[in-house]
Design a protein around this ligand. Structure first.
Ligand SMILES: Cc1ncc(COP(=O)(O)O)c(C=O)c1O
Length: 391
């Protein structure tokens, strides 16, 4: 086959079949792997022969998962991690040294900001936080010791869009490593590699699992960039378990179909909320009213499964809306088949102080919807009746 499509790669990339000729990849639930003889063991340990040794280093299930993601994200190499946060932390720590400087988007996931603001400074790493969409701020924050530029796009939870081509160009010019968290878009909607981004990371816990079952993550990039990440994971142990890799690899088989439905449901809800009298403002990358619409269209195939909106009123109005929902789950996850409503200011981003919340655009009446795969009419009826009770 010459050029194989996303769906086919997602379904047909599989671990080598065993002598049992299984159709579906089995679960390789084993901590270690045996050697044919002492010479073979020695060769595997010294790297002169390839092979599995110990599941903290490699395993057929994690290999299948990462090989699939590399093909879908168009990178040569990758490493699977125990969670999205393990991917975030590893992608930063594998490259930095005391005295280095990182520029990161202030519109990043709360725990990512915690690592940058509270953990890395203990290792002597400096940081500057900038608005994701402010080109001048990115450019002007570059110093001689800047090692990494880090961002998410669309960002959590305000769905801001970074200009990936612009950022990868300034990184190349200044010898900086560019890292993008592609968790909200997934490889089906956006490939940071298309714009020259060095490293792409994922929380596979979200859309890649897609059913709210397991945690996992991945780091993808060139062989040169993945080598230090692999060494860090192999030695510190934040590896993905074979069981979670098995679940996640099978989940990727249906990613395209699920994302199509997440996006069409989300687009319908965003459009509906946009004309609702109790709604102040709606954020969705593919709404034509968004300032970043043209950029989102350039970078993404569809608008994604998340919708943000501010309800008229205050924090109580947002809480009342959440409390009156019957179908939507109140939980901190996203990217599930089940629709989820979240109040970021008091949950996912509650570690940010007031100024940081304002900076990140997270007001007390802001709500994030992770639009699931339920029937769209049922979802709209649920939000509509809750809004009616919230009046
Ligand atoms: C954008 C983003 N990156 C990373 C993470 C962390 O992922 P995990 O929960 O798998 O550690 C999250 C979690 O919500 C997220 O939203």
């Amino acid at each position: 086959m010459d050029k194989v499509s996303f769906e086919t790669l997602a379904i047909r990339t599989q671990a080598t079949q065993s002598e049992h000729r299984e159709h579906s990849t089995p679960l390789f639930l084993t901590s270690s792997f045996t050697f044919e003889n002492a010479e073979h063991g020695s060769a595997i340990f010294n790297g002169s022969e390839q092979g599995n040794l110990y599941s903290r280093f490699s395993n057929p299930n994690t290999d299948e998962f990462i090989r699939k993601l590399c093909l879908l994200e168009k990178y040569d190499a990758g490493i699977a991690t125990a969670s999205g946060m393990a991917a975030v932390y590893t992608s930063l720590v594998a490259f930095i040294q005391q005295g280095d400087h990182i520029i990161a988007s202030k519109n990043s996931f709360g725990n990512t900001l915690y690592i940058i603001q509270h953990i890395l400074p203990k290792m002597g790493v400096e940081y500057t936080l900038v608005d994701l969409e402010d080109h001048t701020a990115w450019q002007e924050s570059i110093r001689d010791n800047t090692k990494i530029i880090y961002l998410e796009t669309p960002s959590n939870p305000t769905l801001k869009i970074a200009d990936l081509e612009f950022l990868s160009n300034i990184c190349k010019k200044n010898n900086i490593i560019s890292i993008v968290d592609n968790c909200f878009a997934t490889p089906y909607l956006q490939n940071p590699s298309d714009f020259g981004i060095d490293i792409c990371i994922h929380s596979a816990t979200k859309y890649i699992d897609g059913q709210g079952r397991v945690l996992g993550g991945a780091i993808l990039g060139s062989n040169e960039h993945i080598k230090p990440c692999y060494n860090f994971i192999r030695r510190t142990g934040a590896c993905l378990s074979p069981f979670n890799a098995w679940i996640l690899s099978k989940s990727i088989e249906t990613l395209a179909m699920r994302m199509d439905r997440h996006c069409s449901n989300a687009m319908t809800i965003a459009t509906w909320l946009d004309q609702h009298p109790q709604v102040e403002n709606v954020i969705y990358p593919f709404l034509t009213s968004m300032e970043s619409y043209a950029l989102a269209k350039k970078q993404m195939k569809l608008g994604g499964g998340l919708v943000g909106f501010t309800i008229k009123g205050n924090k109580n109005s947002a809480f009342n809306l959440l409390n009156n929902l019957k179908l939507h789950s109140l939980t901190a996850n996203l990217g599930d088949t089940r629709s989820i409503a979240t109040h970021p200011a008091s949950t996912t981003h509650s570690k940010l102080d007031e100024k940081q919340l304002i900076d990140a655009g997270i007001s007390s009446n802001f709500i994030r919807l992770s639009v699931g795969l339920e029937n769209i009419d049922d979802l709209i009826i649920d939000i509509d009746s809750s809004l009616k009770k919230t009046k």
